[in-house]
Design a protein around this ligand. Structure first.
Ligand code: DGY
Length: 331
């Protein structure tokens, strides 16, 4: 039986998502979709508000604020929002809940790629690789020098994890073979099951700041974690410590971080996330040699981005069928 396109649930996709997800949606024959056919620019807000009118489902990425305005523009048909991200700080969960809209997201499939990138960023920052390649190619490389470009090593260090979830565990598993002496973590409550996998000790945020030689942020951005990394935290850190953030820029007070880095309060920082994104090229943090800034690429591998795309598509289809999603934010 050939179904008329017009009877199928309507879906708007806010970005040209990787091919796996689009293939799943096309082959399902269960939805008709329209997409913002670009990966270079996000859909302009005005256009988005227009396009979502009357849709049953929405597939979005982290650049779209899904708030009351957008949900009102979509109207009462909207049943499912599926974001191609593990982070959900761009979604107003309260507003979604109020309207009974189900929400899918993409945890797990990006854990490996994010953990790999976090380790890469940590080593890049602690061993000053960006400075080193710059010196090598711009004439700064004179004779071999005894303390030139020295950094800090993982062997015998204490690694602190702020927010212990899947990603924090995956990072610790990868760092352990570097002979880390001790893993410590903090969170709203102890997470003994996750912690036991990596032999991590639960400590207060205060102790985490004081003890960590490497402090890596792995929590979600929520009202509770907003700017949790601020002057108060940096001032307790050792001036030989390295700060790493691959979660969300909003967990850091960037002015305080700038001050901590520029005064030598801490040794270095590696950031994959900032506020805003992109970070303007004239931002003070870019002037610091001891700050490595990446353009939010932690999950950027072909395998992972396709897996995220596929999971977002499958979550959407399941949600529209009224079935349990593979990964759903339960509220
Ligand atoms: C996410 O999924 O939330 C990341 O920030 C992008 O992969």
């Amino acid at each position: 039986v050939q179904r008329k396109m017009s009877t199928l649930p309507r879906v708007y996709i806010t970005r040209q998502i990787p091919p796996e997800g689009l293939k799943i949606l096309r082959q399902s024959g269960e939805v008709q979709f329209e997409l913002w056919d670009s990966d270079d620019t996000p859909v302009p807000r005005k256009e988005l508000l227009k396009r979502v009118k009357g849709v049953d489902g929405l597939v979005c990425v982290l650049t779209e604020k899904v708030d009351a305005e957008l949900l009102d523009a979509a109207g009462p048909n909207l049943k499912v929002v599926s974001t191609m991200s593990v982070g959900f700080d761009h979604l107003s969960l309260d507003e979604l809940k109020k309207r009974g809209i189900r929400v899918g997201y993409t945890p797990d499939v990006l854990t490996d790629s994010v953990a790999e990138l976090t380790v890469a960023l940590l080593l890049t920052t602690s061993r000053r690789l960006i400075e080193a390649t710059h010196e090598a190619k711009t004439g700064g490389w004179g004779t071999w020098r005894t303390l030139w470009l020295c950094g800090y090593e993982l062997a015998n260090s204490t690694v602190g994890i702020l927010g212990l979830g899947r990603i924090g565990v995956a990072i610790a598993e990868r760092l352990a073979p570097f002979k880390v002496k001790k893993f410590i973590y903090t969170d709203v409550v102890p997470r003994p099951e996750l912690a036991s996998a990596i032999n991590a000790e639960y400590v207060s945020l205060d102790e985490l700041s004081k003890q960590s030689d490497f402090l890596t942020v792995c929590c979600s951005l929520t009202p509770e974690t907003k700017e949790i990394c601020n002057r108060n935290l940096f001032s307790k850190m050792k001036n030989t410590s390295i700060f790493i953030n691959t979660s969300r820029g909003g967990v850091v007070n960037q002015e305080d971080l700038f001050e901590a880095l520029s005064t030598g309060q801490i040794a270095g920082a590696g950031l994959d996330v900032t506020v805003p994104e992109p970070l303007p090229i004239n931002h003070p943090l870019f002037t610091l040699k001891n700050c490595v800034i990446l353009p939010h690429i932690a999950s950027a591998t072909y395998t992972t981005r396709n897996a995220m795309s596929a999971l977002a598509a499958n979550n959407l289809l399941l949600g529209l069928r009224g079935e349990p999603m593979i990964k759903e934010i339960k509220q």
